[in-house]
Write a protein that binds this ligand. Structure first.
Ligand code: GCO
Length: 455
C-alpha cells in the first residue's frame, strides 16, 4: 500500500510515441521515417507487423483525448513525427498540415487541462536523413536544430515541457551494435559512438532555440537507465558489468552533467579492438561545453535491472551464477521495483540533477478482455503500484522527482515485437481499433484522484 501522499503539484501522466500509435503513414504530406522503411523489411518485426495503421490515433485522436480526460491525468507525453514536419528532412520550410495536426491536438489537451510533454525525437527520423548518413553524420545536428526550431516556433506558445531525444542508447546501441533497430548495423562501435555524440550535441544545440521560441519552458532529455548487477563475483562478470553500466548510463549522464566522456569506455573498446582511438575524432573542440549546457530536467525511463554475465568466457571457466532474476513480465523483463529506488538515489548522488520526471515505466502483459469485455490485468496494477511505492521512497530520501508517466496510454506497436506485447492501460483491438480501458486504467485513475494514495 502507498500510504503517504505525493507532493501537491506532482504530475501524474501517461506516455505514447508517434510511430507506435499514429498510423496514417503517408497522410497530409508525411514522408517516410526509418521505422516505415525498416518495419516493411521482411523478418525484422515479429509477425511482419508494421505501424502503417497502428492505433490510427492520427484519425481517432478525439476519442483518445476523451480517454485521457477520463483517466484524469495531469500530463500527457507524446512525440512528434519528424517526417510529418519535414517529409524528407531536407525541405527549407515545414509541412504545415503536419504542424496543424499537432497544434489541434495540443489545443484540445490544454482545453482539457492536460499538460503536453513533447518528445521531438522518439526514433522515427525522416528516411531522407538516414539516406545521407543518419546520426553517425554530423549533418544530423543541424537538421535536428532546424526541426526543433520550427516545432517550438509553432507550438512553443502553448507547449512548455520539451524532451529533445528519447533513449539515445537505443538509437546508438540497438541501431549500430546490436543490429535490432534501424539501420540494423551490427558491431559498428565507431558509428554507434558517433551517433551517441551527435544526439547529445543536437540536444545541447537545440536548448537555446527551444527556450527562445517557448518562453518559460523547460527542456530535458529522456534516457533509459538501469542499475546493473554482476551475475557472480568473478572478475569477468564484474568487469563486464562495469562496461555495461558505463555504456548504458555514464556514456550519456557524464557529458550531460559533467562535460566529459567516461574515458574507461573508449579504453575498454580500444583494448578489445572494437574501435581505434582515431575513431573518436567526431568530438570537436567546444562540443562538451555545448552538451553540458544546463538541461532543465532529466527524463528517466525505467523498466528493469540488468543482471550481467560475461558471455565471452566459457561457462565452465566462470564462477557459478549467484544472482538469478525473480518474476518476469510477458516480455521476459524481471520485475525489480527496488532497482528504481537504487537508480534514483545513485544518480542523485553522482550528478547535480535538479529535476527528474519518470517519463516511462510500465510492463507488457497480454491479458485479453473476458466475455463481459473486462480486462483484469492485476499484474500490471501490481507492477505500477510497487514501482510508485519505491518512487515515493526515493522522493522521501531527497530525489527531486516531479512526475510519473505510465507507459503506455494504450496498447501499441511495440517496435520489433510488433503488436504482440501490450503495455497499455487501454486494450486496443488492432482489427476494429476499439479501445477498452483495462482494470489498471481505473486503478490508475483512482490513484491520481488520491494523489498517489491507493484506496
Ligand atoms: C522504449 C520506448 C518505448 C517502448 C517501451 C517499452 O523505451 O523502448 O521509449 O517506445 O515502447 O519502452 O519497450
Amino acid at each position: 500500500m502507498i500510504n503517504n501522499k505525493f507532493p501537491k503539484d506532482f504530475l501524474w501522466g501517461t506516455a505514447t510515441s508517434s510511430y507506435q500509435i499514429e498510423g496514417a503513414m503517408d497522410a497530409d504530406g508525411k514522408g517516410k521515417s526509418v521505422w516505415d522503411t525498416y518495419s516493411h523489411l521482411s523478418g525484422k518485426i515479429q509477425n511482419n507487423d508494421n505501424g502503417d495503421v497502428a492505433c490510427d490515433h492520427y484519425n481517432l485522436w478525439p476519442k483518445d483525448i476523451k480517454l485521457l480526460k477520463k483517466l484524469g491525468v495531469k500530463a500527457y507525453r507524446l512525440s512528434i513525427s519528424w517526417p510529418r514536419i519535414f517529409p524528407s528532412g531536407h525541405e527549407k520550410a515545414p509541412n504545415l498540415p503536419g504542424l496543424d495536426f499537432y497544434s489541434q491536438l495540443i489545443d484540445n489537451l490544454l482545453e482539457n487541462n492536460i499538460k503536453p510533454f513533447i518528445t521531438l525525437n522518439h526514433w522515427d527520423i525522416p528516411q531522407g536523413l538516414e539516406d545521407i548518413g543518419g546520426w553517425p553524420s554530423r549533418d544530423m545536428v543541424d537538421a535536428f536544430v532546424k526541426y526543433s526550431y520550427y516545432v517550438s516556433d509553432n507550438l512553443g506558445d502553448r507547449v512548455k515541457n520539451w524532451i529533445t531525444h528519447n533513449e539515445p542508447y537505443c538509437i546508438s546501441y540497438l541501431g549500430y551494435v546490436h543490429g535490432q533497430f534501424p539501420p540494423g548495423l551490427k558491431d559498428n562501435w565507431p558509428k554507434s559512438l558517433a551517433t551517441a555524440h551527435h544526439l547529445l550535441l543536437s540536444h545541447g544545440m537545440s536548448i537555446n532555440e527551444i527556450r527562445n521560441n517557448s518562453k518559460e519552458s523547460e527542456v530535458g532529455i529522456t534516457l533509459n537507465l538501469a542499475p546493473s548487477t554482476p551475475a557472480s563475483n568473478s572478475t569477468y562478470d564484474i568487469e563486464h558489468c562495469k562496461f555495461f553500466d558505463v555504456q548504458l548510463n555514464q556514456l550519456y549522464l557524464d557529458p550531460l552533467y559533467k562535460k566529459s566522456y567516461p574515458e574507461y569506455l573508449f579504453d575498454y573498446l580500444t583494448k578489445k579492438r572494437l574501435i581505434k582511438k582515431s575513431d573518436i575524432n567526431f568530438i570537436k573542440p567546444g562540443d562538451l561545453e555545448t552538451i553540458g549546457k544546463k538541461t532543465d530536467f532529466l527524463g528517466v525511463n525505467f523498466y528493469s535491472r540488468a543482471i550481467i554475465r560475461d558471455q565471452d568466457i566459457a561457462e565452465d571457466k566462470n564462477l557459478p551464477i549467484e544472482v538469478t532474476p525473480g518474476e518476469k513480465t510477458d516480455f521476459g523483463w524481471e520485475i525489480h521495483p527496488r532497482s528504481l529506488y537504487n537508480l534514483l538515489i545513485r544518480i542523485k548522488k553522482d550528478y547535480p540533477i535538479e529535476k527528474i520526471y519518470i517519463t516511462e515505466n510500465g510492463c507488457a502483459y497480454n491479458d485479453p478482455p473476458d466475455k463481459n469485455n473486462i480486462i483484469n490485468d492485476s499484474k500490471r496494477i501490481e507492477y505500477h503500484s510497487s514501482h510508485i511505492k519505491e518512487l515515493k521512497n526515493a522522493i522521501i530520501d531527497g530525489v527531486p522527482c516531479k512526475g510519473y508517466f505510465a507507459w503506455s496510454l494504450m496498447d501499441n506497436f511495440e517496435w520489433c515485437e510488433g503488436f504482440g506485447k501490450r503495455f497499455g492501460l487501454i486494450w486496443v483491438d488492432f482489427e476494429s481499433l476499439e479501445r477498452v480501458p483495462k482494470q489498471s486504467f481505473f486503478w490508475y485513475k483512482s490513484l491520481i484522484e488520491n494523489n498517489g494514495k491507493e484506496t
